[in-house]
Design a protein around this ligand. Sequence first.
Ligand SMILES: [Zn+2]
Length: 103
Amino acid sequence: MVKNKDAIKKKISYLIDFAISENKSHKSNPYIKRYVKLAFEFAKRINYRVPKEIQRQVCKNCFEIRDANNTKTRITRGKVNHKVKRYLQLHCVSCNYVKKISI
Ligand SMILES: [Zn+2]
């Protein structure tokens, strides 16, 4: 068991904030993906669901930070229990992972 969950939660948010700031300022930094991957591994270790705001900024399949050049967004429709629902689709170009967010 891990004793101090709050400290690890702080570490997760710090790591992802740092990765996002590095992605803006120094894009050539090769460790950006590794920071994000580390944060997700910490979350798995303490059984903690990473908040929505972070999951929308980061691709959880290839650990890349979403960008205008990196993702395609579009609105799609789908049927759930005979009702039409609308989704915002985030498509990661580098790994072809699609995330759906219901509107
Ligand atoms: Zn991806």
